[in-house]
Design a protein around this ligand. Structure first.
Ligand code: NDP
Length: 331
């Protein structure tokens, strides 16, 4: 069985020298555990943070050990009650072909309800992030004008569509390619979208939101956050979900130069972690499954085949090569 190990801590952008694809023996499951053949694993931006040796909200990946992350697969051996060979499960030992998992850390999923990969994206962690971030953290209300950055990605494309479904006055998205921008307005029903690489974000947002914004869902940080502060109406709310424009920086980035707007506009900038919102899981699955079935909610996945391409998939994600959720398929 092959698995990806972190072998050095990246400085700036991760390189192929920082990781290694290693062959390890497959072990029988211990008591209370299951052996899973992984079918898909997730690559996510937060994994960049786990490559650093820094105190954070999740412990760093250990050097010389396999990396971790969301995965779905099929049980091929079980010593845990309630988990049978052939059952499909979601768990957190990705980046490897076979995973020996404590059954308590695995959740059964059904390939009949949705394609297995959806449990890593639209019906999984990134979907819940969008749902909880918009509805709970940003206190979205019908009639709000919503701006979301990273809008061609997994979280962002779902945020914009959820806002539209729930009656936003106007939904604006930014993304890094013409293809993504077209997708937002033509398929996902955004009212306006722009390519942040084609001009200053503040200028483009100002044009797309002439009457200002009430909610900003931040996936990017930096000049996107600064632009949102400019465009905010009084009592605006931001869900600070991610700051991907900063993850590979080697020096701290300057704060938004216009932070003082927080005072006069009485803004609320609220950081979030999806793990604080698991109580919303049943409601999230019910709502999102319904909107998928009715066709109101659409999603894309970018699938990279083969474990040997797993690290390239991760770098591709950080570079913006994905449309929708980036997934590694193990066949
Ligand atoms: P995405 O599917 O959105 O993929 C990442 C995207 O980020 C890329 O496709 C790229 O698209 C964009 N990007 C990369 N560099 C930059 C840059 N310098 N400026 C602007 N955009 C950039 O990933 P996710 O949906 O999984 O995650 C989105 C954000 O949400 C991330 O910041 C992530 O860390 C955060 N997150 C936070 C969680 C939490 O609990 N707080 C949980 C899950 C995700 P483009 O072509 O547009 O540049």
């Amino acid at each position: 069985s092959r698995e990806w190990h972190l072998v050095a801590r990246p400085h700036g952008w991760p390189t192929a020298e920082d990781v290694a694809l290693r062959e390890v023996p497959v072990t029988e499951p211990g008591e209370g555990r299951i052996l899973v053949r992984n079918r898909y694993f997730s690559v996510d931006p937060y994994m960049r943070g786990r490559m650093n040796d820094m105190k954070s909200y999740v412990p760093p990946f250990q050097l010389g050990q396999p990396m971790e992350g969301g995965a779905v697969g099929e049980i091929i051996a079980s010593r845990a009650e309630g988990f049978a060979v052939g059952d499909q499960v979601l768990h957190n030992l990705g980046w490897r072909e076979y995973a020996e998992v404590p059954a308590a850390d695995a959740t059964k999923v059904s390939a009949e309800l949705a394609p297995l990969s959806a449990y890593l994206g639209v019906l999984g962690m990134t979907g819940l992030t969008a749902y909880a971030g918009l509805f709970e953290v940003a206190s979205f209300q019908e009639g709000d004008t919503v701006f979301v950055s990273g809008a061609g990605g997994a979280v962002g494309s779902q945020v914009g569509q959820l806002a539209r479904i729930k009656g936003a006055a106007r939904v604006i998205g930014s993304a890094g390619s013409a293809e993504k921008v077209r997708l937002l307005t033509e398929e996902y029903g955004f009212d306006a979208a722009f390519n942040y690489k084609e001009g200053p974000v503040a200028e483009q947002l100002g044009k797309a939101a002439p009457d200002g914004i009430d909610v900003y869902f931040d996936n990017v940080g930096g000049d996107h956050l600064e632009a949102a502060l400019n465009s905010f109406n009084v009592h605006g709310r931001a869900a600070i979900c991610g700051m991907i424009s900063l993850y590979n920086n080697t020096e701290p980035a300057p704060a938004p130069r216009n932070l003082a707007y927080v005072i006069g506009k009485r803004l609320r900038l609220q950081g979030m972690l999806v793990r604080d919102h698991v109580d919303l899981q049943p409601q999230f699955v019910r709502d999102v499954a319904g909107w998928l079935a009715s066709g109101e909610l659409k999603y894309r996945e970018t699938t990279v085949d083969g474990i040997e391409n797993g690290f390239d998939a991760f770098i591709g994600l950080l570079r913006g090569e994905n449309i929708g959720k980036m997934i590694v398929s193990l066949g």
